[in-house]
Design a protein around this ligand. Structure first.
Ligand code: SF4
Length: 487
């Protein structure tokens, strides 16, 4: 090999990198003949000094003073640590420190996740597309619409099938989409037979060009329960239009308790329980996530034996964005009137109770594979240690939820991970920081690479971690049992 070229072995792509150039993922470079990880190793104290958003990492049993690190302790994240993949050598950094007099080890690596994806929660009532329909980016299938949640539509993006099971382009676009979602960039998606949306973690979603402002106050039935008292005496009937559960005040338990008189209103759709109706219309981008623009289209003529002329009817959507007020004429037909001031207040109250609509992105990855070999000689012991909570798992310092059952399948809110904490390799797969923190004695007991433990001070003193990346994080100096981390 020519002298000015080195080979990166941090992932299976095995790039040849010329002097002064970077590899395919832009994470590694040839700096004066040395393989270096180009992003700085992120230690949370450093992030703090730069004003980057920080997260708590200590357990709930500890007092938290509002700072991200306790006392003078720094926490070494895996961001910028480098990779060992597949993990045929110890993790890039196995760092010792002392916490409350206990010798502790944090094993950090930038894991390469072929099995990963994101779950996207989009706070909107608007129908984005039928469940199970494909979600596309740049025309490529990258995920699907999954089960809707309370006031939110859900997408499941990525996963090994899209990354590896389709065409090369599908895998590449899926990887790019996941990376942008995780690094909190705006991502444009199109849903088959549905909407075009732009999602950006922590920002309002944009649905068909319209920026979503409010997450609904609740379903139609819940809205009746919440506001029945405010309507009582000011109006005779209220219908809260919702694609899922439309509520009707006079029939609803909340109305019954207040003694609201029967009105003879007749709702189209399927009656579930008194005052709660399903399927009053088709899903859409109209009132309450239905396809209607005229609310009267969901009611049939009033029952003449129960209704009366001048009956006052309020129809409102679950966000309070759409509303209409009617009074029945002598033939019991609803005639639209201006909303009385007394009711305008209650409609405003619905809007006030809606939370700001956001897009939320959770990264989900499986760390129960070869990545464990970078931590211990006996991988299953790490899995058990995580399950028994002897080992704490974090992602760029952010707390994660580890799924019960086999493996180490975790989820993390990407807005808690320091910015640009995620990367990729062209295999294609996502690179995500992962840290395992445990007591030194537990680390030894699970067959950890104790001969590779290095003090945190050696990491902070070494401005460039290129040597470590090349050497798989092996410290040249003999290991010390622990060291108090510096400020
Ligand atoms: S893609 Fe990145 S990590 Fe993989 S071999 Fe190339 S430079 Fe190294």
């Amino acid at each position: 090999m020519p002298e000015d070229i080195i080979r990166c072995d941090a992932c299976p792509v095995l790039c040849y990198i010329k002097r002064g150039m970077t590899g395919a993922c832009d994470r590694y470079a040839n700096h004066e003949g040395q393989l270096v990880r180009v992003d700085p190793q992120l230690v949370l104290d450093r992030a703090k000094s730069h004003g980057a958003p920080l997260v708590r990492f200590l357990g709930p049993d500890r007092d938290w003073d509002g700072g991200v690190v306790k006392g003078s302790e720094a926490f070494v994240t895996a961001i910028g640590a480098g990779t060992t993949y597949p993990d045929y050598k110890p993790a890039p950094f196995i760092v010792s420190s002392e916490i409350d007099g206990v010798d502790t080890v944090t094993v950090v690596t930038e894991g390469i996740f072929s099995y990963c994806g994101v779950k996207v929660k989009i706070d909107t009532d608007r129908h984005l597309g039928p469940e199970r329909n494909l979600v596309r980016a740049q025309g490529e299938p990258v995920g699907h619409v999954t089960t809707g949640e309370y006031g939110s539509q859900m997408l499941s993006l990525g996963g090994v099938t899209h990354l590896t099971g389709g065409t090369k382009k599908e895998g590449r676009v899926t990887c790019e989409t996941l990376l942008d979602c995780c690094n909190r960039k705006p991502v444009e998606l199109a849903i088959d037979d549905g909407a075009r949306i732009i999602v950006e973690a922590g920002k309002p979603p944009i649905v068909n060009g319209a920026r979503e402002e409010r997450m609904r106050v609740g379903c139609g039935s819940a809205a009746i329960g919440m506001f029945a008292r405010q309507w009582f005496g000011k109006v005779d009937e209220v219908i809260v239009v919702d694609d899922h559960i439309t509520g009707v005040l006079s029939e609803h338990q909340a109305g019954k308790l207040l003694g609201v008189r029967e009105t003879g209103v007749r709702i189209k759709g399927r009656r579930s329980t008194p005052g709660r109706y399903f399927q009053v219309a088709e899903p859409g981008a109209g009132w309450g996530g239905t396809n209607i623009t005229d609310p009267l289209s969901i009611i049939d003529p009033f029952k003449p034996n129960l209704a009366w002329p001048h009956l006052r009817l309020l129809m409102v959507s679950t966000t309070g964005e759409q509303f209409a007020y009617y009074e029945l004429d002598e033939s019991l037909r609803p005639i639209e009137q201006q909303l009385p001031e007394t009711l305008a207040e209650s409609v405003a109250r619905i809007r006030e109770n809606c939370e700001p609509a956001l897009s939320t992105v959770l990264f989900m990855g499986g760390a129960g594979g070869s990545l464990r070999a970078g931590v211990t000689d006996n991988p299953v012991k790490l899995t058990r240690s995580v399950k028994h909570r002897f080992t704490r798992v974090t992602c760029g310092g952010a707390p994660v939820y580890v799924w019960p059952g086999g493996g180490i399948t975790f989820m993390v809110d990407v807005t808690l991970v320091p910015e640009n904490g995620f990367g990729y390799v062209p295999t294609p797969a996502l690179v995500a920081p992962i840290e395992f923190t445990l007591k030194l004695e537990d680390y030894a007991a699970l067959g950890g690479h104790t001969d590779h433990v290095r003090p945190l001070s050696s990491l902070l003193a070494n401005g460039r971690n290129g040597e470590s990346a090349q050497n798989g994080g092996v410290s040249a100096s003999p290991p010390k049992s622990s060291e108090k981390a510096p400020r």
